[in-house]
Structures are given as C-alpha cells and as structure tokens.
Design a protein around this ligand. Structure first.
Ligand SMILES: Nc1ncnc2c1ncn2[C@@H]1O[C@H](COP(=O)(O)OP(=O)(O)OP(=O)(O)O)[C@@H](O)[C@H]1O
Ligand SMILES: [Mg+2]
Length: 239
C-alpha cells in the first residue's frame, strides 16, 4: 500500500505512513479547530514535491487563502504563478450547484491535481438542500410535482455526484466539513462520512484550549484509535 505524506510528521505516524494513495478523507470539527490549516499544509507539502494541487473553496476568496498560508510561511502565490496551484472559488448564493459540479469536473480533468482540498462540503450541502430540488429537476428534465424527490435525496445526489467525480480521477484528497452545533453526525448531510474512505475529527477543549485529533475511520490502513494532542505553531500544525 502506498501512502501520501500529510505534511504533518506525527499524523503520518498515526496513519501508518500518511493518507492512502487515491483515497478521500473527511476532515471534520467545530469552528476554528484547524481544519483549513491542516488542508493547506497538505497542499503545500504537494507543492514542495512539484505536484499539481487544487483548492476548492465555497467560503473564502483566493486572497484570504493565500494570506492565511503566508502567515505560516507557505508562499502559495509563487505556485499560482508557476501553474502548480489552482484555486477555485464559488459563491453559492449566486452559483448553481449543477454548474459548480460541472466546473469542478472540467478543472480537475484539465489540471490533473494529485491533491485536492475542498473547503467545505457543508456549504455545498446546505445550498444543495435549498437549490437542488429546482436545479437538479431541471437538469434531469424532471418535474418536481410529478416525481416528488425529497430534499434529502437530492442533497445526497449532489454530494455523491461531486465526491464520486473527484474519486474517479487519480488524486489523494481531503473534504472539509463543519460539525453543526448539537448534531451527532460528522457532516451536515451525514452522508459524506460514509462516502469518504477516512474520517479525522479535530477538536478544541473549551476549558483548557488544548487541541486534539482523532482518526474515526481509515478504510485503507491501520491507525491509532485514541485521540492525539496537537498544536498550531508559526509554521503549521505539529503533533
Ligand atoms: N499563526 C498561528 N499560530 C497559532 N494559531 C493560529 C495561527 N493562525 C491561526 N491559528 C489558530 O487556528 C484557528 C483557525 O484555524 P482554521 O482556519 O484551520 O480553522 P477551521 O477549523 O478551518 O475553522 P472554520 O470552521 O471556522 O473554517 C484560529 O482560530 C487560531 O486559533
Ligand atoms: Mg476553515
């Protein structure tokens, strides 16, 4: 089994070498737990290895992502110029979910990234819930009042459609999700965790401020079962 380094030595050790080659891993956790940083650190590791990588954002614009990376000493702008890094940003209130999936498919096909980070699937799920009924029924030439597709079915359709497209290409990638307040599931739609090959949950203790990550599942490898403490330092996440 081939493993792809996560960019964090301690995490590579926990996972038995890194993320399994060609796998899709869900990074989940509450706000400010370090999900985006762990994702950016993973992409930077690929950039240093001369790989093509892609960041797909539904939240921040490209400037904020390159700025956040710069704070850790990761010069993303340099790699945008060399063409190794492609950042796709979608603003969902004004973009159709079907267009998003279509664009991602085309861009992945042409850029051929070895690493993709999608931040975050929760926003897509939310908009899919709201918009999928209308959009997907149009795309499929269905009439909602005839077919009575439920919001849930359409959300799963949008999420699965996107994730299975990403999985169908040669890449080892991360999907970020937020855990909504008071919800037991690991993602907003509660299906992403089943579609992904692995799940890593990040947490911050409110009283002590200490951070920890737990590997909830890793279909393709042996991994540590108990939580591991980590810190965010000036050059990124350390275990
Ligand atoms: N240079 C730094 N040194 C130490 N800690 C930092 C530094 N920069 C950011 N942090 C910490 O990292 C947190 C943000 O991490 P990150 O953006 O990865 O969170 P997230 O899980 O993606 O959150 P959200 O769900 O809100 O997007 C900040 O709230 C802060 O606590
Ligand atoms: Mg984030």
């Amino acid at each position: 089994m081939k493993f792809i380094t996560t960019g964090v030595k301690g995490l590579d050790n926990i996972l038995g070498g890194g993320y399994a080659d060609n796998s899709l891993t869900l990074l989940t956790g509450g706000p400010g737990t370090g999900k985006s940083i762990l994702g950016l650190q993973y992409l930077y590791e690929g950039l240093k290895r001369k790989e093509n990588v892609m960041f797909i954002s539904f939240e921040d614009d490209g400037d904020i992502i390159t700025q956040q990376s710069k704070n850790f000493g990761w010069d993303f702008e340099k790699y945008i110029k060399t063409g190794q890094l492609k950042i796709l940003t979608f603003y969902l209130p004004s973009t159709h979910v079907v267009h998003v999936i279509d664009t991602i498919n085309k861009e992945v096909k042409s850029h051929k990234p070895k690493r993709i980070v999608l931040d975050s699937i929760s926003v897509l799920s939310l908009f899919a819930e709201i918009a999928a009924g209308i959009e997907l029924s149009q795309a499929l030439n269905l009439k909602l009042d005839q077919v009575k597709l439920s919001e849930e079915v359409l959300t799963i359709g949008a999420v699965m459609g996107l994730l299975s497209k990403i999985k169908s290409y040669d890449n080892t990638s991360l999907i970020i999700a937020e855990i909504p307040e008071g919800k037991q599931a690991l993602s907003r739609d509660s299906y992403t965790e089943f579609i992904c090959d692995g799940v890593i949950k990040l947490k911050r203790d409110e009283l002590t401020g200490k951070r920890e990550m737990s590997v909830i599942k890793m279909r393709l490898g042996n991994h540590k079962l108990t939580p591991t403490k980590f810190t965010i330092e000036k050059d990124g996440i350390k275990i």
